[in-house]
Design a protein around this ligand. Structure first.
Ligand SMILES: NC(=O)c1ccc[n+]([C@@H]2O[C@H](COP(=O)([O-])OP(=O)(O)OC[C@H]3O[C@@H](n4cnc5c(N)ncnc54)[C@H](OP(=O)(O)O)[C@@H]3O)[C@@H](O)[C@H]2O)c1
Length: 436
């Protein structure tokens, strides 16, 4: 075999350690697959003195030592965050090096620009691990699904929130307890905002929608809501009504353009996505030729994420600049109109607490009627505490749940505001969209 191919690693955390371990432990089988050995030449970290799971590695705190090393042909970026990761990727591409990254924030915000910069230099940027960890999903969009017109992508792509939701649903935990449990189990970060507020899923949806719809989608185009206002009673009502609640990322082609949204969603328990529990992820794709397909598996963790990153490295190492033709990224990112959340049409679940008096349901139903929202079902449970702004002691309160037929989002939001102002209503618990 000829000279080894030099690999530079940016980051040696959860994923970087998994990647380094895989490159070392599978050195021989990877060399057979590539046709040449891969050599881990330099690893960028913040602190070289910190104890590491792997010893004897060529650590450095100097990014130039990795990015400017002429013997490094493939850079693996697993630092995380937008900067300096974005700048380092740009520099690596400009220097004619291939890049493999697991960074959803960078790819969501700068993907099309980086792909173009790579193509201009005759190299490639690979990012299989940026969505769905070990689940092959970027590769299929870049190759296997290219003949399809894709109408919809529906995904559970944040393992942290899916774990929390599963615990709330199955063990009846409230949100704060389930979050604490996820943090103790290592499934949620000490600062969990990006996950629980839906931001991480919005980044990933931006990446998937860019590929699925060959469109220029920025994370700012994605409407997102997190899971922080879900309560155990929402899960009980969902079950009673035959639904599961999931944080869904939905990308749809509509006559108005692309509909891109991340929010808690009622899904029929009979649907395949409803049974995706715990830290597992799933991506469902509807294509005109292929029909409905699903990808399912572990969306995070050192093993699954290294599976995707090292596969990218092997692929890139097989087509080094000057040795093999670079495969064009077969997508033209068109500017497409993005629909507004106010224009969404779907069914809705609305839970509220009101005084248990005659005429209350009729007053609420009349607000729905004025706004052309038709009701599919109503559930009422008596004797609940009314700890809301309009609640008074000495009164009996009832929790009331409304399921609507298909309605206009703008009308439902207006109904929510008007109902909250009714004197008999103590508080609106939640409003959750339903996908049938
Ligand atoms: N964790 C997962 O399961 C998973 C799954 C899919 C995708 N990802 C993505 O993979 C990437 C890495 O995630 P991770 O969980 O491995 O992160 P992590 O455990 O926090 O590791 C980050 C590594 O990068 C180094 N680093 C960070 N900023 C640096 C800087 N400015 N200069 C030099 N070194 C720097 C850190 O150095 P020190 O070690 O010296 O602190 C550390 O080794 C992220 O983009 C993440 O979204 C992660």
């Amino acid at each position: 075999m000829s000279e080894p191919i030099g690999i530079g690693l940016l980051g040696l955390g959860v994923v970087g350690t998994g990647v380094a371990r895989t490159l070392l432990e599978k050195r021989e089988s990877i060399a057979r697959r590539v046709g040449r050995a891969l050599e881990l030449r330099r690893i960028l970290v913040r602190d070289t003195q910190r104890p590491r799971a792997l010893s004897g590695l060529p650590l450095t705190t100097d990014p130039d030592a990795v990015l400017d090393d002429p013997a490094i042909s493939v850079i693996v970026e697993v630092l995380g965050g937008e900067e300096p990761a974005h700048t380092y990727i740009r520099r690596a591409l400009a220097a004619g090096k291939h890049v493999a990254t697991a960074n959803k924030e960078v790819m969501a915000k700068h993907g099309p620009e980086l792909v173009a910069a790579a193509a201009a230099r005759g190299v490639d940027v690979a990012y299989e691990a940026s969505v769905g960890g070990g689940i092959p999903v970027i590769g299929p969009f870049r190759l296997d699904l290219l003949a399809n017109d894709i109408s919809q992508v529906t995904a559970i792509i944040n393992g942290t929130t899916n774990y929390i939701i599963t615990r709330m649903s199955q063990a009846g935990l409230d949100f704060a307890t389930a979050l604490r449990e996820a943090q103790e189990a290592g499934y949620a970060e000490p600062d969990p905002r990006n996950d629980i507020e839906g931001i991480d899923a919005a980044y990933k949806l931006a990446i998937l929608a860019t590929l699925a719809f060959h469109a220029r989608v920025h994370p700012n185009d994605v409407y997102y809501e997190g899971i922080t206002s879900l309560s155990p009673s929402d899960f009980r009502y969902a079950e009673e009504l035959g639904y599961a609640i999931k944080l869904l990322a939905i990308g749809k082609q509509t006559d108005q353009g692309l509909e891109l949204r991340v929010h808690p969603t009622f899904l029929p328990t009979s649907s395949l996505l409803a049974s995706v529990d715990g830290v597992f992820n799933a991506v469902q794709v509807d294509g005109d030729l292929v029909g409905r397909i699903q990808f399912y598996g572990r969306g995070a963790g050192a093993g699954p994420t290294s599976s995707a990153v090292v596969a990218d490295v092997i692929d890139l190492a097989q087509r080094l600049p000057g040795e093999m033709p670079i495969r064009a990224q077969a997508t033209a990112y068109e500017a497409r109109p993005i629909g507004r959340i106010e224009d969404v049409h779907t069914r809705y679940y609305l839970r509220l607490v009101a005084r248990d008096r005659p005429g209350v349901i009729a007053a609420i139903a009349s607000v729905f009627g004025q706004l052309q929202i038709s009701l599919a079902s109503i559930i009422q449970k008596e004797d609940v505490p009314a700890d809301g702004p309009n609640g008074e002691s000495g009164e009996t309160y009832a929790e009331i749940v409304f399921m609507t037929h298909r309605a206009h989002e703008a009308a439902v939001q207006q109904a929510r505001q008007r109902i909250a102002l009714l004197p008999a209503v103590a508080r609106i618990g939640s409003v959750i969209r339903v996908e049938d």
